[in-house]
Every structure is written in structure tokens, then in C-alpha cells.
Design a protein around this ligand. Structure first.
Ligand SMILES: Cc1ncc(COP(=O)(O)O)c(C=O)c1O
Length: 430
């Protein structure tokens, strides 16, 4: 089952000389994959599959870190992008496609009355934070989840090197589903909180009434509510988590799946707040109006609205989640591994006696999955290209993989079965 990886190894050696960390995203870097087993470089991708530089094919459950929602190389999106490329990529004045995509977002997303575009999720979470500070005249930010690489957020994590202390002090993280914690923080920072920004859901569902109460708390304390929908946008529902849960924030941040892998992000929200971006609040980028990605977004959104769309992610994802958990039970692994999350993006949650054991378990899973042709970080970022047959095939592989893991657990030799060093997390595990 071992796959060739001479070319991957050669590219990695070249990369390490010129690219610190060997990738542009931590999650794609060698630290996130069991080295010696994992391919380090991919050459091409189509539908739900990707091929590494040595020619091996994988069923892709990472999908460009959730960016590719229709499937790699979607014909309609490529056609729209090619047509736009012929007309022009970067113009010296706005192009009508900016208006068209903004109108689509206003129609689809509950809180969206106005829209501004950028390239990365980080661009728009940072824009939301600046806008909220300007609108409220306050400085403190309460946040929950991951919001990108910029100072205001990363300063509040353990990876805060290089972020000034003065900036770090302004952002405070709070735990999800813990209303008491949020009440307490609003009390401690009375009259100072500009915004609460959170991922409306990750892998644990919101407790009943949680999002509604966060909404109400923000109103009561005069803070803006920002949903970071960089992952949930277009995935839980076309209108994002806010449409799915029926809780409307003041602002929302979108990215990832918006243009099926073309780089595009959007800040959307209430017109009275967004109007500040016209003049007073500075948010301005060279590539924000880049037309090819916008044309790709227009085609992506049109396609998601036609046919089964997001419902396909739910249907296929529910089967994968249900059967994965059933297989884990059959192999008496429920204590160690659980498939969690909403069907369109689930994750395998690994539990060990300590972080080390958890990482070796995660690594053994990844090693065995890669050997069988599954490209995985332990998450299932589904696309419309993932078919029922792909899921059934995955489940057959999982049955074999869980048998290996169950045996390793029984023998107490999980680490000894690894053919390379275990993966290293980007942030400490909670
Ligand atoms: C919820 C969330 N917000 C923001 C970001 C940052 O987006 P980007 O990496 O495009 O800057 C990410 C990226 O993974 C994300 O998952």
C-alpha cells in the first residue's frame, strides 16, 4: 500500500530551502502530515480527487481547506473564469461583476444589506473588527473560534510572537456555549466591547438558545455581533449559519467556498454600519475587485442555487457521519474517536490520556488513510462532487483503518506503528 513519493520528497527538499515552513498555510505544511508517508505536493485535482506529484490518486477530504465546495475544476466555474479572463482580470475602475456578486450575497444572506470584497478570510475579519470599533467608538473585542493571522486575533492566542502587547490586551477569547463566561466578560469590560465575533458553529452544536442569547447580550451592551462564516458560509446553508439557525448578526465574514477555490472574501452586513467604509473607515485593497474570482463566485453561487446544492452536502455527510460512528462502535473505539459536527463539515475527534496520545492516534489514522488513498486532516470538508459511492468506498477503508487502530489500542503500541513522526498541532489542543 506504500505509495511512491520520490518527487514529493525532492520538491520538499527544494521547498525547504526557499519557503519557511514549506507551505503558505500551516494546515498544508509538513507538520500537519505524517512525514515519510504523506505526499507533500499535489499536482492536480478534479471533482473530489487529487493526484500527488508522484501520480497517486486520493479522495480529497480537505478540498483546499474548505474552499472547493462544488468540486475541483467545476466546468461552469472554469468557463465563467475563462470568459472573464479574456475580458480582463484587474481593471482601473470597478467592473459590473462586483455589483452582480454583491447583489447575489444581499439576496442570499440574511444580514447582508451591503458588501465589500477582499481576498482572504483574515482581510474581512480584520475589516469587521475595525468597522465595529469605528461604529461603536470602543476598542475591546470578544472572540471565539479561529479568525485568521492578523494582529487583533492572533495576539490573543499562544502564537502571539511579534504582536505588540498593547494590541494583545484588546482581544479576549471566550469559550463556546458558555453564556456565563460571556456575561462575565461583558460585566468586566462594561461599555468597552466593540464587538463579539464568533464562528457560529464549529464541531459542537450551539446549545438551545445560545446564539439567540449572544445576539441579545450584544444588543443589551451596545456591541456589534459579527459572525465569522468563513467556514460555515454557503456550506450549512446558502445563507450560512445565520440562515440555518435563524439568528442574524450585524456583520458577517465570508471567504473560502465563495468562489469554489478562487481567492475571494466578503464582508457583509447592515447598511448603516457598512456605509462607514465609503469614507471614514479605511478598507482598500488592490485585488479586492479582481474580476476573475468574482466571475467564479457568480457562477459558484448560481450553481449552488440550482439543483440539490447544499442539501447534497447534508445528505452525503449524514451518511458518512452516522456510519463512521457506527463503525467506531463496532471496533470499540468510541472512547478514542468520534465523528462530530454538522454533516456538511464533520471531524474525527481523537481522545487520548494526554495530548501526545491523542496526536499519535490522529497520526495513525492519517497514515492508514493516506496509504489507502484518502487525503485527510481528520476533517471531512465535503463538496458537491463527493458521491454516495465515494462515501461507501471511504467507509470500507475506515472499517480497515479502525481495525488497525483497535488492534494498536489493544496492544498499547500506537506510537510504534507510526512510520514517521506524529503530526504537530498548530495550536495547543483544548
Ligand atoms: C473561521 C475562519 N475565519 C477566518 C479564517 C481566515 O481565513 P484566511 O486563511 O483565508 O485568511 C479561517 C481560515 O481557516 C477560518 O477558518
Amino acid at each position: 500500500m506504500d505509495r511512491r513519493r520520490e518527487r514529493s520528497a525532492a520538491w520538499l527538499a527544494r521547498s525547504e530551502r526557499v519557503i519557511p515552513g514549506g507551505a503558505q498555510t500551516f494546515s498544508k505544511s509538513p507538520r500537519s502530515f505524517v512525514q515519510g508517508i504523506a505526499p507533500n505536493f499535489l499536482a492536480r485535482a478534479r471533482g473530489a480527487f487529487a493526484w500527488d506529484v508522484d501520480g497517486s490518486r486520493y479522495l480529497d477530504y480537505i478540498m483546499g481547506l474548505g474552499a472547493v465546495i462544488l468540486g475541483h475544476g467545476d466546468a461552469d466555474v472554469l468557463e465563467a473564469a475563462r470568459a472573464q479572463m479574456e475580458e480582463g482580470v484587474s481593471f482601473s475602475l470597478p467592473h459590473p461583476v462586483e455589483v452582480e456578486v454583491a447583489e447575489q450575497l444581499v439576496r442570499l444572506i440574511p444580514c447582508a444589506e451591503m458588501v465589500r470584497f477582499a481576498k482572504n478570510g483574515s482581510d474581512v475579519t480584520s475589516a469587521a473588527v475595525r468597522l465595529a470599533r469605528a461604529y461603536t467608538g470602543r476598542e475591546k473585542i470578544l472572540c471565539c473560534g479561529y479568525h485568521g493571522w492578523h494582529d487583533w486575533y492572533i495576539g490573543a492566542t499562544e502564537r502571539n510572537r511579534g504582536v505588540p502587547e498593547a494590541v494583545r490586551r484588546l482581544t479576549i477569547r471566550f469559550p463556546y456555549n458558555d453564556l456565563d463566561a460571556l456575561h462575565r466578560l461583558f460585566g468586566e469590560h462594561r461599555g468597552e466591547v466593540a464587538a463579539v465575533i464568533l464562528e457560529p458553529v464549529t464541531f459542537d452544536p450551539p446549545s438551545p438558545g445560545y446564539l439567540e442569547e449572544v445576539r441579545a447580550l450584544c444588543r443589551r451592551h451596545g456591541a456589534l455581533l459579527v459572525f465569522d462564516e468563513v467556514v460555515t458560509g454557503f456550506r450549512l446553508a446558502l445563507g450560512g449559519a445565520q440562515a440555518y439557525f435563524g439568528v442574524t448578526p450585524d456583520l458577517a465574514c465570508l471567504g473560502k467556498a465563495l468562489a469554489n477555490g478562487f481567492p475571494l472574501a466578503a464582508l457583509v452586513g447592515r447598511a448603516d454600519i457598512m456605509h462607514l467604509l465609503a469614507e471614514e473607515v479605511f478598507f482598500s485593497t488592490t485585488h479586492g475587485g479582481e474580476a476573475v474570482s468574482l466571475a467564479a463566485a457568480r457562477a459558484t453561487l448560481e450553481k449552488l442555487e440550482r439543483g440539490e446544492g447544499v442539501a447534497s452536502l447534508w445528505r452525503v455527510g449524514a451518511r458518512l457521519k452516522e456510519r463512521t460512528n457506527a463503525l467506531l462502535a463496532e471496533h470499540q473505539l468510541t472512547e478514542y474517536i468520534e465523528c462530530v459536527g454538522m454533516p456538511p463539515f464533520t471531524a474525527l475527534r481523537f481522545r487520548g490520556r494526554d495530548e501526545g496520545e491523542q496526536l499519535t492516534l490522529r497520526s495513525l489514522f492519517q497514515q492508514e488513510a493516506l496509504a489507502r488513498g484518502i487525503l485527510t486532516l481528520g476533517i471531512h470538508m465535503l463538496s458537491l462532487a463527493h458521491t454516495e459511492a465515494d462515501i461507501e468506498w471511504t467507509l470500507e477503508q475506515y472499517a480497515e483503518i479502525f481495525a488497525v487502530i483497535a488492534e494498536a489500542v489493544r496492544q498499547g503500541d500506537i506510537a510504534a506503528r507510526l512510520k514517521g513522526p506524529p503530526v504537530r498541532p498548530i495550536f495547543r489542543q483544548a
